[in-house]
Design a protein around this ligand. Sequence first.
Ligand code: ZN
Length: 368
Amino acid sequence: MNNYFVILAAGKSKRFNKKIPKQFFKYQNKEIIDHSIEKSLSSKLFKKILIVSNNLKHLKKKKYPKSISIIKGGKERSDSSLKALKYLKRYKPKNVFIHDAARPNFSIKLLKNIAKNLKNNKAVVPIISSKDTIKYKTQNQIFNLNRNNLLLTQTPQAFRFKELYKITNNRKNKVTDEATLFINNDFKIKFIPGEKANNKITYIDDIKTPKTFYGLGFDIHKLVKNKKLYLGGVKIPFHSGLEGHSDGDVILHAIIDSILGAIRKKDIGTYFPNTRQFKNIRSPKMLKPIMINLNKSNFFINNLDINLICQKPRVSKYRDKIIKSVSKLTGINENQINLKGKTVEKLGLIGKEKAIACETIISITKYD
Ligand code: ZN
């Protein structure tokens, strides 16, 4: 196939607010521009890939394969695309794909679909419909536009080289994409479905992804007579209760530590030392301020897994009650909490019903 792929990467990224132009910013482990380069290479649809950029020094350091050429861009996007077409003319291309480096998320499937549609059309442009309601402003009036009639064009856009070259060379006004030129010249365009994920990166916020953290928790308390047993905030009838400065609720203590671990805020002892102030404190009271802080800081708990390690009581008997209580205390949905019971084959202090231990793991995502 006599196809050529042009990547426009000469923009100054004024709205991106970073020192480096956005096309060279790291996104999902590689520079934004490299997503487009790698996908166009692996599609095997192109004889040559041409990068148009004003950062030649940076690009030349990257040692791309021979099928990739790099030329200097122009002042505006339309200047850069004209420069690209003038450069490609010597190869006598049949088709040229024009793509903005700021769209790293298109799929190879989309490239192939464009190529397929080019067989019977001179211009193929992916479009999606608008999610937002848009108004149109003139000098002294604002009009409502019908959302159903609005089409948003994406890149890559593909054209017969000959036609595009002619109208690009003759154009009088600046355009923000090649589809505009085709429409202005009354050429027919085949519109195909674009991809929602193929959005243009304009602001740094467009590529901020939420981060997920994990936290481990562990706790163990001695069982003693004449104390009430609390597990996960539930009072459980038993011959002994857990000894401690507080009510000794190993489940809630392990949960608190796993939350603090995930948000990297030290440990339970830092916030609840063995002082008079916290003597005999109930554990739900310890969990509460931790949860309030967590929710204030835009964290979201994905799931919580609990191992309760004891010879007795039988976890299966209290599982639903404990999960319900933990759900109520943390705000985590019941179906995102799991509780497993582990007996220890009557070994050691836990096996002899002298202690109960608990370990937890939690997954928490931070949204900005
Ligand atoms: Zn404890």
